[in-house]
Write a protein that binds this ligand. Structure first.
Ligand code: FES
Length: 128
Protein backbone atom coordinates (compact mmCIF):
# COMPACT_ATOMS: atom_id res chain seq x y z
CA UNK A 1 0.00 0.00 0.00
CA UNK A 2 1.34 3.40 -0.91
CA UNK A 3 1.39 6.20 1.63
CA UNK A 4 -1.35 7.91 -0.39
CA UNK A 5 -3.48 4.78 -0.15
CA UNK A 6 -2.83 4.63 3.59
CA UNK A 7 -4.05 8.21 3.93
CA UNK A 8 -7.17 7.29 1.97
CA UNK A 9 -7.88 4.46 4.40
CA UNK A 10 -7.63 6.92 7.28
CA UNK A 11 -9.98 9.30 5.48
CA UNK A 12 -12.80 6.70 5.41
CA UNK A 13 -12.86 6.32 9.17
CA UNK A 14 -9.86 4.63 10.69
CA UNK A 15 -9.88 4.61 14.47
CA UNK A 16 -7.07 3.80 16.89
CA UNK A 17 -8.94 2.67 20.01
CA UNK A 18 -11.51 -0.01 20.78
CA UNK A 19 -14.00 -0.34 23.63
CA UNK A 20 -13.18 -2.87 26.34
CA UNK A 21 -14.79 -6.28 26.33
CA UNK A 22 -15.04 -6.96 22.59
CA UNK A 23 -14.84 -10.73 22.07
CA UNK A 24 -12.11 -11.46 19.52
CA UNK A 25 -12.72 -15.21 19.54
CA UNK A 26 -10.67 -18.12 20.78
CA UNK A 27 -7.02 -17.46 21.56
CA UNK A 28 -6.36 -20.67 19.62
CA UNK A 29 -7.09 -18.77 16.39
CA UNK A 30 -3.48 -17.65 16.82
CA UNK A 31 -0.85 -20.40 16.74
CA UNK A 32 1.54 -20.23 19.68
CA UNK A 33 4.45 -18.03 18.63
CA UNK A 34 2.56 -16.47 15.72
CA UNK A 35 0.52 -13.33 15.10
CA UNK A 36 -2.89 -12.52 13.67
CA UNK A 37 -4.52 -9.49 12.13
CA UNK A 38 -7.83 -8.18 13.48
CA UNK A 39 -10.13 -5.65 11.83
CA UNK A 40 -13.04 -4.40 13.92
CA UNK A 41 -15.95 -2.51 12.41
CA UNK A 42 -17.16 -0.08 15.06
CA UNK A 43 -20.06 1.98 13.80
CA UNK A 44 -18.91 3.63 10.57
CA UNK A 45 -15.25 3.24 11.51
CA UNK A 46 -12.65 0.52 11.33
CA UNK A 47 -9.90 -0.44 13.71
CA UNK A 48 -6.89 -2.40 12.44
CA UNK A 49 -4.73 -4.22 14.94
CA UNK A 50 -2.75 -7.39 15.46
CA UNK A 51 -2.04 -9.75 18.31
CA UNK A 52 1.08 -11.82 18.98
CA UNK A 53 0.61 -15.00 21.02
CA UNK A 54 3.25 -16.47 23.29
CA UNK A 55 1.81 -19.42 25.17
CA UNK A 56 -1.22 -18.12 27.02
CA UNK A 57 -0.03 -14.51 26.80
CA UNK A 58 -1.26 -12.11 24.11
CA UNK A 59 0.31 -8.81 23.05
CA UNK A 60 -1.83 -6.45 21.00
CA UNK A 61 -0.80 -3.45 18.91
CA UNK A 62 -2.42 -0.98 16.57
CA UNK A 63 -1.45 -1.95 13.01
CA UNK A 64 0.39 1.26 12.22
CA UNK A 65 4.15 1.55 11.99
CA UNK A 66 5.57 4.59 13.79
CA UNK A 67 8.01 5.13 10.90
CA UNK A 68 5.67 6.08 8.06
CA UNK A 69 2.24 5.24 9.42
CA UNK A 70 1.69 2.17 7.25
CA UNK A 71 0.17 -1.18 8.29
CA UNK A 72 3.13 -3.41 9.16
CA UNK A 73 2.32 -6.57 7.18
CA UNK A 74 2.10 -6.73 3.39
CA UNK A 75 1.16 -10.42 3.68
CA UNK A 76 -1.75 -11.43 5.91
CA UNK A 77 -0.65 -12.17 9.48
CA UNK A 78 3.08 -11.88 8.70
CA UNK A 79 4.04 -9.60 11.57
CA UNK A 80 7.10 -11.38 12.92
CA UNK A 81 10.74 -11.87 12.04
CA UNK A 82 11.52 -15.32 10.55
CA UNK A 83 12.66 -16.62 13.96
CA UNK A 84 9.51 -15.27 15.61
CA UNK A 85 11.56 -13.29 18.09
CA UNK A 86 10.45 -9.79 17.16
CA UNK A 87 7.71 -7.89 15.37
CA UNK A 88 8.89 -6.71 11.95
CA UNK A 89 7.56 -4.03 9.62
CA UNK A 90 7.58 -5.29 6.04
CA UNK A 91 8.15 -1.86 4.49
CA UNK A 92 11.54 -0.58 5.65
CA UNK A 93 12.68 -3.21 8.12
CA UNK A 94 11.89 -1.74 11.52
CA UNK A 95 11.83 -4.38 14.27
CA UNK A 96 10.00 -4.14 17.58
CA UNK A 97 9.87 -5.91 20.92
CA UNK A 98 6.92 -8.27 21.18
CA UNK A 99 6.53 -7.52 24.88
CA UNK A 100 6.39 -3.70 24.81
CA UNK A 101 6.43 -2.59 21.17
CA UNK A 102 9.69 -0.66 21.47
CA UNK A 103 11.53 -0.19 18.18
CA UNK A 104 14.80 -2.12 18.49
CA UNK A 105 16.20 -1.40 15.05
CA UNK A 106 15.51 0.21 11.70
CA UNK A 107 14.37 3.68 10.73
CA UNK A 108 12.29 4.48 13.81
CA UNK A 109 14.67 3.57 16.64
CA UNK A 110 13.41 5.13 19.85
CA UNK A 111 9.76 5.05 18.77
CA UNK A 112 7.28 2.35 19.68
CA UNK A 113 4.13 0.68 18.45
CA UNK A 114 0.87 1.86 19.96
CA UNK A 115 -0.40 -0.77 22.39
CA UNK A 116 -3.83 -2.29 21.77
CA UNK A 117 -4.91 -3.61 25.16
CA UNK A 118 -6.16 -7.20 25.00
CA UNK A 119 -6.61 -9.92 27.60
CA UNK A 120 -7.20 -13.65 27.70
CA UNK A 121 -10.12 -14.98 29.74
CA UNK A 122 -11.01 -18.66 29.73
CA UNK A 123 -9.31 -19.27 26.39
CA UNK A 124 -10.99 -16.30 24.73
CA UNK A 125 -9.28 -13.16 23.57
CA UNK A 126 -10.97 -9.87 24.46
CA UNK A 127 -10.18 -6.21 24.18
CA UNK A 128 -9.23 -4.69 27.52
S1 FES B 1 6.69 2.05 7.53
FE1 FES B 1 7.46 0.55 8.93
S2 FES B 1 9.61 0.67 8.70
FE2 FES B 1 8.84 2.22 7.38
Amino acid sequence: MSEAAASEVEAVGRIWLTPAGVNLGPLDLIADGAARNYVLQIGANRFHGFVVRRGEAAFGYVDRCPHAGLPLAQTLDQYLTPDGGMIACSWHGAVFSIEDGACLGGPCAGARLTPWPVRVDGGRLLTA
